[in-house]
Design a protein around this ligand. Structure first.
Ligand code: P6P
Length: 335
């Protein structure tokens, strides 16, 4: 029987191969993985853990927070404060950045995360997940400020997510392809279950919230109408549709079997570029998808090239099978 490769062994061996995971980054990734394991345990308790339902508070986005949103955020903060690998953290659940307390050594990395994405699905027992992104702290000045986080997604040194579904699976890239690790609950460790993940360039499956159709821009409506027209339409093939309303679950499906995920700008809140957040949702997912041979744009530009102006800024997202993302992006440039 093939020997099980743990996350730690994978990171150590990856460092030997291409030096892409210095010791401090390896420590960071292992700490994040351990935090995800704790979050998975809390999520899996469900109603038995008294952690479902609303926390009766709002986050920086003005969204009602679930109890598990706050618990997950606290788990990630506490796990990452003391290790000496981080200078600061940023979270969807916190207005401003969180500096590592001065009683701990400061590290060279910045960690950004959506501690529990898809939390509208928590109470109905549908897959949710943690998304994280790692940047290097600029070394041209002492201390850390919010502006240090405002780096394009192409500057990430690691990115990943952990999906809490029928299995708990950690998906990670450090710039040398995408690897998947499944939580072995008996051993309590993440075990390598897939590496060199590849997204097929073509697909017959699209993911979008169809209830917003009347609010979309023409290029998006054209793309979806053509998919709906099926084999008798301009695409010459039938399409299937999925929408889990949990980005982590939709992206995991796309990394596993292909597809295109779309959350476009729409007319409901025209002043916002989109619903999803650039720094800790779109950027990490875009890098994972590109590392797996896919593409990710905001409809006009490569997401990883976007220069962020604000920590919590939003962005339109088209990601997944390369040929489909290029098609819908082409419709925008033609519009
Ligand atoms: P809608 C979850 O709240 C989230 O941020 C993503 O995980 C998901 O793809 C999207 O919003 C779902 O949005 O408008 O369909 O509920």
């Amino acid at each position: 029987m093939a020997q099980k490769v743990s996350l730690t062994r994978y990171l150590v061996e990856q460092q030997r191969v291409d030096g892409s995971i210095p010791a401090q980054l390896r420590l960071l990734l292992e700490v994040v993985a351990r935090a995800c394991k704790s979050i998975s345990m809390a999520v899996n308790k469900g109603a038995l853990g008294g952690v479902l339902g609303s926390a009766e508070s709002e986050n920086v986005q003005g969204e009602v927070q679930k109890k598990l949103d706050i618990i997950s955020n606290e788990v990630l903060i506490e796990a990452n404060e003391w290790g000496g690998h981080l200078a600061a953290m940023a979270s969807e659940e916190m207005d401003s950045i969180h500096l590592v307390p001065s009683r701990y050594p400061q590290g060279e990395y910045l960690l950004l995360f959506d501690p529990l994405d898809g939390s509208s699905n928590i109470d109905v027992n549908v897959s949710i997940g943690t998304i994280f992104s790692v940047l290097k702290k600029p070394d041209d000045h002492p201390g850390v400020q919010e502006a240090d986080f405002l780096q394009a997604g192409a500057k990430q040194v690691a990115a990943g997510y952990c999906v809490y579904g029928p299995s708990t699976t950690l998906v990670l890239t450090v710039g040398d392809g995408v690897a998947m690790f499944t939580l072995d609950r008996e051993q309590g460790s993440f075990v390598l279950t897939q590496e060199n993940v590849q997204i097929p360039a073509d697909t017959k499956e699209f993911a979008i919230n169809m209830s917003n159709m009347r609010h979309w821009d023409a290029p998006v409506k054209r793309y979806v109408d053509e998919c709906l027209a099926g084999k008798d339409g301009p695409r010459g093939k039938d399409f299937n549709m999925r929408w889990i309303a949990s980005m982590v679950a939709d992206v995991h499906r796309i990394l596993t079997r292909g597809g295109i995920f779309m959350y476009p700008w729409d007319k409901r809140e025209p002043e916002k570029a989109g619903k999803l957040r650039l720094m800790y949702e779109a950027n990490p997912m875009a890098w994972l998808v590109e590392q797996a041979g896919g593409a990710a744009t905001n409809g006009r530009q490569r997401i990883l090239d976007l220069q962020p102006a604000k920590l919590h800024e939003r962005v339109a997202v088209f990601l997944g099978s390369k040929n489909e993302v290029e098609r819908v992006t082409g419709y925008h440039s033609g519009a």
